[in-house]
Design a protein around this ligand. Structure first.
Ligand SMILES: *[C@@H]1O[C@H](CO)[C@@H](O)[C@H](O)[C@H]1NC(C)=O
Ligand SMILES: *[C@@H]1O[C@H](CO)[C@@H](O)[C@H](O)[C@H]1NC(C)=O
Length: 393
């Protein structure tokens, strides 16, 4: 049930994500049509499982599967039971010195082996309903394949690059979901490198596993193929829009955040800074993404590594001292307190599928997306290298 629930939810998320990408109108339409067709029990022509289509047909209804979802009190997702992590089974993230005197107090600090600890991060193993040519593997498999490990203190989360594969064979990758959920507060993700290459679609985001989309989705880092700048997007229930008059530096892609009335377009902001995503991000040794969710709204800042504020480095983050955010969805036109709650953090890398695959022909990448997946050498830079993720309240 957990697996199904995750799967169904991911399908929904994916439809948003796909629709949120400009120029994908025809793809969005196809999803909606598939949803309408799927009132019955037949598998649609889009190839999406029936469950997802049924939900897509009425995305305003939250998924009904609620049992077994990870929560702080109920503990582990089914996947983790009886299969303790090979590296650590602490139920607490590793600690760091407690900051003193800051406006924000540290709640959780994830680093190194924490990302291989299924008590903290569950490894999704369901089918990728973005139609990716990807095989999301368990923690144990990722570990045995050398896809996840700690290097210089950073957690490396990789796509498998060991062998060439026959065309259209799913390549192994990982998708991690925090078992703990978060509400208002500050999330600081210090990332040394992100997956880069043709066919890749990496993302760092959060959503409510049980109540999507009415409890919101926040996409912090996302892009595909050779994209050079980051896209940040919200997806919500009714009556949440992006206030363009708020102070932020990114470029508005669309303003209505509501899932259903906009056919899942969401409200996106693009960061014009080429160090915010992909190779440009990695060339600087990455940097810090900071997400502040509070009574004023939701803000995202990106700081390339040479520009990380001292208060972040010292563990006493003070957003009031930072410049205007790269993205800001103000409470003036979106009541954040009601549109967003109980979010799990997600880190994943999928391959091809509904976004990376659909735009592959115009991406500047050679051959076809499926050919790229088959060639192992395309994945030598297909890994997240995460120094830490810290949460503050
Ligand atoms: C994991 O938990 C088991 C049982 O509580 C314990 O014996 C073992 O030492 C723990 N392993 C690690 C790596 O902490
Ligand atoms: C896979 O990628 C890693 C990281 O770039 C690299 O060190 C390794 O040599 C690659 N493996 C193969 C088999 O090429």
């Amino acid at each position: 049930m957990v697996s199904l629930s995750y799967t169904v939810l991911f399908s929904l998320v994916v439809s948003l994500v796909v629709a949120s990408h400009k120029g994908q109108g025809s793809m969005r339409k196809r999803h909606v049509q598939a949803g309408c067709k799927a009132g019955g029990s037949q598998v649609s022509t889009s190839g999406l499982p029936t469950q997802s289509n049924a939900l897509l047909a009425d995305a305003s209804k939250p998924p009904t599967h609620t049992s077994g979802l990870p929560t702080q009190t109920s503990g582990l997702p089914t996947q983790a039971s009886g299969k303790p992590s090979q590296t650590s089974n602490s139920t607490q993230p590793s600690s760091q010195p407690t900051p003193t005197g800051g406006k924000y107090q540290l709640v959780d600090h994830y680093q190194g082996q924490d990302f291989m600890n299924e008590a903290l991060w569950s490894y999704f193993t369901g089918t990728d309903l973005t139609n990716g040519i990807v095989d999301y593997v368990s923690q144990a498999t990722a570990d045995s394949q050398g896809m996840v490990h700690v290097q210089n203190g950073a957690a490396v989360l990789s796509v498998n690059n060991k062998t060439d594969l026959p065309l259209n064979t799913r390549r192994q990758s990982v998708r991690l979901t925090s078992t703990k959920t978060y509400n208002a507060g500050l999330v600081i993700a210090d990332i040394a490198a992100m997956p880069v290459g043709c066919s890749l679609w990496p993302a760092f985001w959060s959503f409510n596993l049980e109540k999507w989309p009415i409890a919101g989705e926040i996409d912090v880092i996302e892009g595909v193929n050779k994209q050079t700048t980051n896209e940040m997007t919200l997806h919500t229930g009714p009556q949440c829009t992006l206030d363009k008059s708020a102070s932020f530096s990114g470029n508005v892609l669309s303003t209505d955040c509501e899932t259903t009335s906009t056919s899942n377009t969401g409200c996106g902001i693009s960061d014009p800074d080429p160090s915010s995503y992909g190779q440009g991000f990695n060339d600087n040794g990455g940097g810090v993404y900071a997400r502040l969710w509070d009574k004023d709204g939701i803000r995202i800042w990106f700081f390339a590594r040479p520009s990380i504020p001292q208060d972040i480095s010292s563990g006493n983050p003070d957003p009031s001292s930072w410049p205007a955010p790269n993205a800001f969805w103000s409470t003036s036109t979106c009541d954040v307190a009601t549109h967003f709650y109980d979010h799990s953090l997600v880190i994943d890398t999928t391959l091809c599928g509904d976004w990376a695959g659909a735009v592959y022909g115009n991406s500047g990448c050679p051959g076809t997306c499926a050919q790229a997946v088959a060639d192992a050498s395309n994945f030598d830079h297909a890994y997240w290298m995460i120094n830490s993720i810290s949460t503050y309240e």
